[in-house]
Structures are given as structure tokens and as C-alpha cells.
Design a protein around this ligand. Structure first.
Ligand code: ADP
Ligand code: MG
Length: 274
């Protein structure tokens, strides 16, 4: 049993930058290395959930055993009768080799309105998962593209965060602000967390603009940017649609990129086999 699991949140204020692809495939990489891994989907868009399991399996589980929405205490919740659930019950075991999943739910879209005046609403997940996280070596939280209550709950729980950035959306000013906001937020939540790094994601065909923006980012954030860049490859979106990790898609280059990135991230967060 891991005493102090490493908990990594995947965050960016932008959508479509590859947060979910990176969270899911990093978790899958860890699982394949026999690292006991839990993936927590905190995005109401449920993309990480549906990258791992088909919708029918999710529906049955959500009704009977609940989702992360139950752990956050969403009251007007349509599944699992909005009842509080034990974290253990919400877990779907073995979605990938070595990976368990706490699925998300669309009802999280209104969580900010529902929990707006509740006390200690940012630490609900931390409290709910208290007895569960010691069963894992790595926990990966996939966050929505904002810093609202689900992301705050992930940050209140995490030891580290990683920021996927797509050069198409890149502005180094935006990233500096984001890092600053996350640090401030984590301090306010009394859980100072470490920036594990920035990963260039969905990198498309070479162009002057892209090369320049990536160059600026590497210059500004220096060794904070991972060496490995995740390229734009069709196997990545296909793997999500097929509920498979990238390593099972027969695209050696894509699999190799995610493996190299995952190794770098494990290094950055100081993972050591227990
Ligand atoms: N490296 C990649 N190559 C090709 N498609 C990707 C890649 N990463 C993500 N995608 C696809 O792009 C879309 C957005 O990616 P996603 O990981 O969901 O981003 P986010 O979680 O930041 O919103 C999804 O359809 C996803 O399958
Ligand atoms: Mg996502």
C-alpha cells in the first residue's frame, strides 16, 4: 500500500489542448508499468471517462454506484439518486491494465451554483478520497478548462500539476498568468503544489509561427517545458473513440511519444517504485 501517493492534476484554462488525452494516456502508461493508478475525471464533459469505457457501461455504473458528482456532493443529481456515496463504490476497477477510474457526470456543470455557499466546498474530494488514495501510487486528475470548483477540488488534493499547451493557442503571457493563478489558488487552499512542467501538445505540421511560439515558450519557461512534444496524430483521437490507450493502437510513433513524455513526467514528480 502506498503511504504517500503522488497526485497529478492536468490543467489549463483552454479546452482542446490535449489535457484529457495526456491524463488518460499517462495513467495508462503508469498502469502498464505496474504502478497502481487511479484516474479521476473532474470534467463535466466526461471525456476522460468515455476515453476509457463505453457510454452504456458508464450509465449503468452512474445510476447504481455514483460518480465524482456524488463525491463532490451535488444534491440535485440525476444519477445514484443524488445520494452521498463512498469513494470506493464510485470506482470502476481495471478500465485499462493497472488503472481504476472514478467517472465524471454531466451534472458537474452546475456544481458551482449548487455548492456556491457550502463551507469547505473546495476540499470535498480530498475528504471523500482520504481512505482511497493510499491504495494507489499515482492518482491523475483530469480537469475541466477552468478554475472553478471541480478544478479547485483537484488542486486541493494534488501534489503536482502539469499544463498541456497547444502551440495553436499559445501565448506565453497566458501561461505565466495561469501558473500564477494556480499557485495562488493552491496556497489559498493550503495545499501548495508543485508545477511538474509544461508539455507541448497537439503539435501540428511545422510552420514558422509554430516553431517561433514553441521557441518563445522554451525560452520563457526553460527547463519547465518537457523535452518530448506530443504531435497531432489521428491515432490519438481514434484511441479515445475506441476506449483504448494509445499503446494499443498500432501507431509506434504515437505510443513512443506518450511513453517518453510519461517517463519524463514520472521523473519530474519524483516517482520511485515502492
Ligand atoms: N496528440 C493529439 N493528436 C490528435 N488528436 C488529439 C491529440 N490530443 C488530443 N486530440 C484530440 O483533440 C480533441 C481535444 O483533445 P482533449 O485531450 O480532449 O483536450 P482537452 O482535454 O484539453 O479539452 C479530442 O478530440 C482529442 O481526441
Ligand atoms: Mg478534457
Amino acid at each position: 500500500m502506498a503511504k504517500n501517493p503522488i497526485i497529478v492534476s492536468c490543467v489549463n484554462l483552454k479546452g482542446g489542448v490535449g489535457k484529457t488525452a495526456i491524463a488518460v494516456n499517462f495513467a495508462a502508461y503508469c498502469g502498464r508499468q505496474n504502478i497502481k493508478t487511479l484516474l479521476v475525471d473532474l470534467d463535466p464533459q466526461t471525456n476522460a471517462t468515455f476515453s476509457c469505457i463505453p457510454i452504456e457501461r458508464w450509465e449503468a455504473h452512474a445510476v447504481e454506484h455514483g460518480t465524482v458528482a456524488n463525491l463532490l456532493g451535488v444534491r440535485n443529481h440525476t444519477s445514484a439518486e443524488g445520494k452521498p456515496k463512498l469513494a470506493e463504490e464510485t470506482i470502476i476497477g481495471g478500465v485499462f491494465q493497472g488503472v481504476d477510474l472514478i467517472p465524471s457526470h454531466l451534472d458537474l456543470f452546475t456544481v458551482d451554483l449548487e455548492l456556491g455557499s457550502e463551507v469547505a466546498r473546495e476540499t470535498r474530494l480530498r475528504r471523500a478520497l482520504k481512505d482511497v488514495v493510499p491504495n494507489y501510487e499515482i492518482v491523475v486528475c483530469d480537469c475541466p478548462p477552468n478554475l472553478t470548483i471541480p478544478t479547485q477540488n483537484a488542486l486541493a488534493l494534488s501534489t503536482h500539476y502539469v499544463v498541456p499547451v497547444s502551440p495553436d493557442f499559445l501565448s506565453s503571457l497566458g501561461i505565466a498568468l495561469l501558473l500564477n493563478r494556480i499557485q495562488k489558488l493552491s496556497e489559498a487552499l493550503e495545499n501548495p503544489i508543485e508545477n511538474a512542467g509544461i508539455v507541448m501538445s497537439r503539435v501540428g505540421r511545422q510552420s514558422y509561427f509554430r516553431t517561433q511560439t514553441i521557441g518563445t515558450l522554451r525560452q520563457t519557461f526553460a527547463d519547465r517545458v518537457f523535452d518530448t512534444e506530443i504531435k497531432e496524430r489521428s491515432a490519438v483521437s481514434e484511441s479515445a473513440a475506441k476506449n483504448k490507450p494509445i499503446y494499443d493502437m498500432g501507431d509506434g510513433l504515437a505510443a513512443d511519444e506518450f511513453s517518453r513524455f510519461s517517463k519524463e513526467l514520472l521523473n519530474a514528480i519524483g516517482y520511485k517504485k515502492q
